[in-house]
Design a protein. Structure first.
Length: 503
């Protein structure tokens, strides 16, 4: 316990510097704004801002990117409640009861419940992150190459199994990401491979270019291809204070949502989306009067909003302690660490303690900033919703191009950005989620390196992954996930969780 207190004291000392406070505020502001604007989301935003981290100190850059991620969970609820249009995927279920409350003149109370639930869940999740970080890092230091390879396999399979959408398409995108990760110079032989004679590809595909293309540029193209609809805003905000009955119903829901989000956020592929849907399902089952659900029932708003924010922050646990990204945002965070020559994994805690604990402590500060930003600035976010997309996207596109060109001052990166933008657009049309591809790209090089090391250490024995106990258990869990997903009952439940609430 004393170690946790000392580590958090170190983190707060780092996070409370003027520079880091400023970047935390910028991240929270950007995250809230991006969450409010439907159709953008944290992944394209963080992808577009990756080049900026080149010129920032590592701690400040990661604090800003983290603020964008969990800030989006706050901002997404604003449009869900006021406009019945979720700014973030994890806010889809918020529409169902949050907008009904707004139609009844309780928009202010709905926004307050969402903010309070998110703040409580974020604080608890940050404490859990601090508590579990050291033990998990210590455990991970005992892992060898075989265990790391198996853990990465589990991470990729978990991301596919627990995510929504087609299982087959997600597997295909994972494999494509792993293949993209093999482009470049072989680390053992020094021979170039799959570079098609292009010198620019000898160092491999630039992570920032791929991420910005398949998320940032593709998202711009997708939104421009859609007919722009006028948003019908709920102008009457009403009192920001929930009534006694709403508070009484919401307190247990917030506690349950926090527990669900904290647990599911750690799982690969879990994240904020799965957590919010799972929390909504629980609150719907526990409702004493089923007729209330979908008609402005406060627990079905407070629970999911708490769950998605808790999950957004506990998803940092495997990324920081094991170097395994559980979702696309965590893959981007690992990309930001690699940009600063920081090797993700358990050694981060000992080699960069200021960055590690400063990032964790900044989440408490960020959650407090978000409460202050979300409630008093509701009027500003409503005005922001009225800005037409056709005026936003040219500025976003120019920002993308400048950011990518500034990486290497090479026009090849611009062409690569365009190629991946077009690919991302068509993958979206084919309903192929690009996030698994990004996970495959990030983990591909590390998987190959650990696979080769494991085979080398075992003198060519490929059964080493099964004869080493920890590695065998991890692979068994991965196989179990695949088998469980194939069961009709599980498939039905996945469909109910992810599709029925969206309809």
């Amino acid at each position: 316990m004393m170690d946790i207190i000392q580590n958090l004291a170190l983190g707060l000392d780092i996070a409370f510097t003027l520079e880091n406070l400023a970047y935390a505020l910028i991240g929270c502001l950007l995250g809230t704004m991006i969450g409010v604007l439907p159709g953008i989301g944290p992944v394209p935003t963080i992808a577009m801002l990756l080049p900026l981290t080149y010129v920032l100190p590592p701690t400040a850059g990661l604090i800003m990117l983290a603020g964008i991620y969990y800030g989006c969970q706050y901002g997404g609820s604003t449009t869900a409640i006021l406009v019945a249009l979720p700014g973030e995927t994890s806010s889809v279920v918020t529409v169902l009861d949050g907008h009904k409350m707004a139609q009844k003149g309780r928009a202010g109370a709905a926004l307050s419940l969402a903010a309070i639930g998110s703040f409580f869940a974020g604080c608890v999740a940050t404490l859990l992150l601090a508590a579990f970080a050291a033990p998990m890092s210590a455990m991970a230091l005992k892992f060898g190459p075989a265990e790391y390879f198996s853990l990465m396999v589990l991470g990729l399979i978990g991301a596919v199994v627990l995510a929504s959408g087609s299982f087959i398409k997600a597997v295909g995108m994972i494999i494509l990401g792993l293949l993209f990760g093999m482009i470049g110079t072989d680390v053992d032989s020094g021979e170039p491979r799959y570079d098609f004679g292009l010198g620019q590809l000898q160092d491999g595909l630039d992570f920032a270019v791929v991420a910005m293309g398949i998320f940032g540029l593709a998202e711009i193209m997708r939104n421009l291809s859609m007919r722009e609809n006028r948003l019908t805003l709920t102008d009457k905000i009403g009192s920001l204070y929930p009534n006694r009955e709403e508070i009484k119903q919401s307190v247990p829901a917030i506690a349950r949502g926090t527990a669900i989000g904290s647990a599911l956020g750690v799982l690969p592929g879990g994240g904020a989306v799965l957590s919010s849907f799972a929390s909504y399902t629980v609150e719907k089952k526990l409702a004493k009067n089923p007729q209330q659900v979908g008609n402005g029932y406060a627990p079905c708003l407070a629970g999911p909003e708490s769950a998605n924010n808790a999950a957004a922050q506990t998803s940092f646990i495997p990324m920081l302690t094991l170097g395994i990204p559980g979702n696309a945002v965590m893959a981007l965070m690992i990309g930001a660490m690699i940009i600063h020559n920081i090797q993700p994994g358990p050694q981060v805690m000992t080699s960069h303690p200021e960055m590690f604990w400063g990032l964790i402590a900044s989440m408490w500060i960020g959650n407090l900033m978000l409460v202050v930003l979300n409630l008093p600035l509701i009027g500003l976010w409503v005005k922001l919703l009225k800005v037409p997309y056709r005026m936003l996207f040219p500025a976003i596109l120019i920002f993308c191009l400048i950011g990518i060109y500034s990486l290497e001052n090479d026009t090849f990166d611009i062409f690569a950005l365009a190629v991946f933008g077009v690919l991302g657009f068509f993958w979206n049309k084919l309903k192929c989620e690009p996030a698994p591809l990004l996970l495959g790209l990030v983990l591909g090089g590390m998987m190959e390196e650990n696979f080769k090391r494991a085979i080398l250490l075992s003198r060519g024995d490929y059964t080493t992954f099964l004869t080493r106990p920890i590695s065998a258990v991890i692979l068994a869990i991965a196989v179990g996930l695949i088998v469980a997903t194939a069961l009709p009952a599980i498939q039905r439940k996945r469909k109910e969780t992810f599709v029925d609430e969206m309809d």
